[in-house]
Design a protein around this ligand. Sequence first.
Ligand code: AMP
Length: 294
Amino acid sequence: MRISKTKSELQAFIQNEKQKGKTIGLVPTMGALHEGHLSLLKYLRARCDILVCSIFINPTQFNDPEDLKHYPVTLDQDIEGLRTHHCDVLFLPSVDEMYPPGEQEWHIDLGDLETVWEGKHRPGHFQGVTQIVYKLFNLVKPDRACFGQKDFQQIKVIEKLIEIKNLPVTLDICPTQRDENGLALSSRNKFLSPSGEKKAAKIHEALQYIHKHIHTEHLGNLLKKGKEIIEDNTPLETEYLAICDIDTLKPVTQIHSSKKYIIVVAAWLEGIRLIDNLPLKNIKPATPLPVLGK
Ligand code: AMP
């Protein structure tokens, strides 16, 4: 596996491969790779000639400096995982490489996506995400790029970026990978205590409860019950829990059989912020989803 630390080196390699007619797949990450990240790599490995993974802890998407300071780094292990998954290129730039001095202010109009849920609770986060993803797309010029359904609002934001900038890339979405108790895998889970990790599974339990009873119980009562499942006898604190229209992410008070919905949640445990979601009907991915085996 090639490790490129500079944009120029990466671009020269990509350009050469493109000239040979090779297709390029990109998985952008912030490292501390787990099975969730690796599932995206597996998905694209089977669908492109050259597989590129970026590891870059992007400072502009952190609204909390402490979160940035403590973000986990497991580079040796990540490189091993990438090699095992037959990644061709690891792009591993420095902050200066991605944000040279004199950088122009970045802003794109993300509409309501920036004022609900993650947008509301992490001001500026999605501007930072779109800024770095745009840079990566411009550098790698991928034919397809793969993202996890776990960060569902992020997918909506990237769809919007692709639309606004008219980018020739196919967006692939892979399902959320979970631990044996149902907790969505996340790099930040490393900071949970073993008992915290078990308690955090209540988040998925609440999503499943709401999903199961959505057609038989009043939505307000369901959300109340969901919050109780998360918080009863645990130190978990719900930041938001809502049933939303899957396209607009606006909260709804009624369900119509012709429409699609998603339950979204964020909760805090042991100082760690955890997010998860569960669509009410399967989200139609850009291309058929893979069978994710080990
Ligand atoms: P991150 O390193 O957290 O920026 O995540 C990089 C990519 O991995 C994003 O597209 C995430 O949505 C995806 N991802 C993170 N956790 C999971 C998971 N548990 N299952 C599937 N994809 C995930």
